[in-house]
Design a protein around this ligand. Structure first.
Ligand SMILES: *Cc1c(COP(=O)(O)O)cnc(C)c1O
Length: 389
């Protein structure tokens, strides 16, 4: 089976992890700050907090912004459930902003309309969390401008987007957001097995997230409430968690970072192949914009028929031919758990139409040329087959 995504691990990656296993620290050692420095320097942000998953990073991001009971977070219904779950962990409530059918990202006009209504009704969100679907940046300048007018904070769920750029700057610069979160799950752009990171330019948010990552405990004398009693002394300042990344994970992350630019340019090259090879098919291909350099975590196609029965036939045909197509994502508001929170079919019609027509086809840095040809050829056959059935 050609998977829809997979990691790219080199001998150098392997020996960097083995070196850590022979060293003094398996956790809380020097590799964590090294990895954090590497990413923040790459992205041009002031601070970075490495954690055990992007889910944890999103949770810490919400906590550091003071999101809690009575507060509201808005995100995109077309995302992984972790985006909205982060708000629920904090006791806040969640609502969604419908997507733009072309970019698959949160729609700026839907966001603006919803903000105007929410202001009238006194239900403005404390946090808005745009998601860079497939590695294609949201219009962050527009979202930032709305945040000034409607007074909300911004967390970028950039789980798909490390290595991508927006208006010439790396995703993660936090120029238009308070916090940006990356995921290092093996299907994402670089991997640490499991892992995530939160970036920010705000010293206070950084301190908060760094402390909450490790039980709310600090060893920093300047933050202590009481007299420092000796070298053993620490203070718990908040109710934190254990969201720490291991040294093995951080070493793998440092090693993978050396190839990040290469991973993303390979992904872009493969995406160009698909753009050419699939241009004659009845599918909408990912949009392009000169101000956005996509990391191409996913190659998302949308069937022009927008017919869920056809999608099913094409999907099954591809899988039968050993092509690990996937669907990203089932709209979050249609999940049984979210329906219990009073969301219903019809609430976000563009997201639902997207869901009916979307398929992600295999794309990863080291996919072979033969596999790319096979995917393109089989997709053509699948669409013909669906038209005939
Ligand atoms: C993968 C992903 C997450 C969660 O990442 P983990 O590191 O697996 O916790 C969150 N949001 C989006 C959009 C993702 O794709």
């Amino acid at each position: 089976m050609i998977p829809y995504g997979r990691q790219d691990i080199s001998e150098e990656d392997i020996s960097s992890v083995v070196d850590v296993l022979r060293s003094d620290f398996l956790t809380q050692g020097p590799k964590i700050p090294e990895f954090e420095n590497c990413i923040k320097e790459y992205c041009g942000s002031q601070h970075a907090v490495a954690v055990n998953s992007a889910t944890s990073a999103l949770h810490l991001a919400c906590l550091s912004l003071g999101l809690g009971k009575g507060d509201i977070l808005w995100t995109s219904p077309i995302s992984f459930v972790a985006s909205s779950n982060a708000a629920l962990y904090c006791g806040a409530s969640v609502d969604f902003v419908d997507i733009d059918f072309d970019t698959n990202n949160m729609s700026i006009s839907a966001l603006q309309k919803k903000l105007v209504n929410a202001k009238k009704e006194g239900t403005l969100p404390k946090v808005v969390m745009p998601v860079h679907m497939g590695g294609y940046s949201c219009d962050m300048a527009a979202i930032h401008e709305l945040s000034q007018e409607f007074d909300f904070k911004i967390i970028e769920d950039a789980s798909h987007a490390v290595g991508g750029k927006y208006k010439g700057k790396p995703i993660g610069s936090c120029e238009f957001s308070h916090i940006t979160v990356f995921s290092f799950h093996p299907v994402k752009i670089i991997t640490t097995g499991e892992g995530g990171m939160a970036l920010t330019n705000d010293e206070h948010l950084y301190q908060k997230m760094a402390t909450l990552r490790t039980h709310g405990i600090t060893r920093d004398k300047t933050l202590m409430h009481n007299k420092h009693e000796g070298d053993w002394y620490y203070e718990q300042l908040d109710l934190g968690l254990n969201y720490r990344m291991t040294e093995m994970q951080a070493a793998l992350g440092c090693s993978q970072m050396r190839r990040l630019d290469n991973f993303v340019s390979e992904r872009n090259k493969h995406a160009s192949f698909y753009h050419n090879a699939l241009s004659g098919l009845a599918v909408a291909l990912p949009v392009k914009d000169s101000s956005i350099y996509s990391s191409y975590h996913l190659f998302i196609i949308k069937l022009e028929s927008q017919c869920p029965a056809q999608r099913r036939i094409i999907f099954d045909f591809m899988r039968k031919n050993d092509i690990g197509v996937n669907v990203h994502y089932i709209p979050i508001h249609l999940q049984p758990f979210y329906k219990k929170l009073n969301f219903n079919k019809g609430d976000f019609p563009v997201a639902e139409a997207y869901y009916d027509s979307t398929i992600s086809i295999p794309l990863y840095s080291n996919i072979s040329q033969a596999s790319l040809y096979k995917v393109a050829r089989t997709l053509g056959e699948a669409i013909n087959f669906a038209n005939e059935s």
